[in-house]
Design a protein around this ligand. Structure first.
Ligand code: SAH
Ligand code: SF4
Length: 365
């Protein structure tokens, strides 16, 4: 079987070239062709010797996931569905803003962590994406949009906030992050690449050591009782441990704060008392808040908090001295908002049925 070079960061690629008897600088050349020029055919890599090209053609390949669909929202948000085999798709979303362009990348097909308000979580876990499939999302988006006429980079930021829990696919995510940051890859700054986690404490500690990029933590609750319900992982790593892990992470983080994401669920976690409790909870962690109005999906069983509750919640946090943003819902018309990414996960039907039963039972009680 041929080796897919898109799975390799610069270190791995350099090792590969030394194994096939080639000089280390070849790795940099090939890296730039693949990622900066979007070239997947060795014969187009014109500054490689013919003999090397034929050696690569024999032993290696550059395989990016196939593009299934590409959609554009009326607000400029774009979404790509990529084929990752056996009927599975992953989604990638680009969100243009005045000052930056953010690409939201998926790390897994489905997710095993089963947060109750998340459409990906409801599908269950199918499999980890390979490093090539993770970076392939940036590869496609970069190819589709390239640079502006003024030669400015269109994608300035990457957030790992698509489908899946990035820290549950640690090694492949770190390899992909390496490619994003590498000057011969996408050359993004550590501060502009964010990993979002639902709170996998040991992996947060590992990330801090090997690849301290910006960190977002999906908090979503002000106490363990509520969080155990809506983010089941909390039973394993409760809030006290999570807060301590955030503090440890900040020792090495490229930014001096953690972003806490907080999905606003009507009547569940959005009352004034929760906002007060939240500001106590995070007292010792330098942080900013990002309130995410819940994005509904079929049979979710939840409602989005009212604008009034969100405003009151935000004001309480601001009065307590925190920087708070309320996330604008983007790409509504193409189902590209947070938590709505679905792809085409195989066991979707079974999961959907299971959840429909649970929601129906809750309604009855
Ligand atoms: N697994 C990671 C990253 C992917 S989810 C994590 O949980 O952090 C990115 C963000 O969207 C998380 O904060 C997640 O909790 C939030 N989210 C999930 N479903 C949502 C929904 N239906 N509405 C709004 N936000 C949602
Ligand atoms: Fe997984 Fe994140 Fe969704 Fe939770 S919110 S189920 S961790 S993708």
């Amino acid at each position: 079987m041929k080796t897919n070079l898109l799975n390799f960061d610069l270190n791995n690629l350099t090792q590969y070239f030394s194994e096939i008897g080639e000089k280390p600088f070849r790795a940099k050349q090939v890296m730039r062709w693949m990622h900066q020029s979007g070239v997947a055919d060795f014969d187009e890599m014109t500054d490689l010797a013919k003999s090397l090209r034929s050696k690569l053609n024999e032993n290696a390949c550059v395989i990016v996931p196939d593009l299934i669909t590409s959609q554009q929202s009326s607000d400029g948000t774009r979404k790509w569905l990529l084929d990752v085999g056996t009927g599975n798709g992953v989604e990638t979303v680009f969100i243009p803003e005045a000052e930056r362009g953010t690409l939201c990348i998926s790390s897994q097909v489905g997710c095993a962590l089963e947060c109750t308000f998340c459409s990906t979580g409801r599908q269950g876990f199918n499999r980890n994406l390979t490093a090539a499939e993770i970076i392939g999302q940036l590869w496609w988006a970069n190819k589709a949009m390239g640079v502006t006429p003024k030669n400015e980079r269109v994608i300035s930021n990457v957030v790992m906030m698509g489908m899946g829990e990035p820290l549950a696919n640690f090694d492949n995510v770190v390899t992909a992050l390496n490619m994003m940051l590498d000057d011969h890859g996408y050359g993004l700054s550590r501060r502009r690449v964010t990993v979002s986690t639902s709170g996998m404490v040991p992996q947060m500690d590992r990330l801090k050591e090997v690849m301290p990029v910006a960190l977002a933590v999906s908090l979503h609750a002000s106490n363990d009782m509520i969080r155990n319900e809506i983010v089941p992982l909390n039973k394993k790593y409760p809030l006290k441990e999570l807060m301590a892990a955030c503090r440890r992470y900040l020792e090495k983080a490229p930014r001096d704060f953690v972003t806490f994401e907080y999905v606003m669920l009507d009547g569940i976690n959005d009352k004034a008392q929760h906002a007060h409790q939240l500001s106590e909870l995070v007292r010792d962690v330098p942080c900013k808040f990002n309130l995410i109005p819940f994005n509904p999906f079929t049979n979710s069983g939840y409602n989005r908090s009212t604008n009034e509750s969100i405003r009151i919640f935000r004001d309480i946090l601001q009065q307590a001295g925190f920087v708070v943003t309320v996330r604008k819902t983007r790409g509504d018309d193409i189902d590209a908002a947070c938590g709505q990414l679905a792809g085409q996960v195989k066991d979707k039907t079974r999961r959907q049925q299971k959840w429909q039963q649970i929601v129906a039972a809750e309604r009855r009680s």
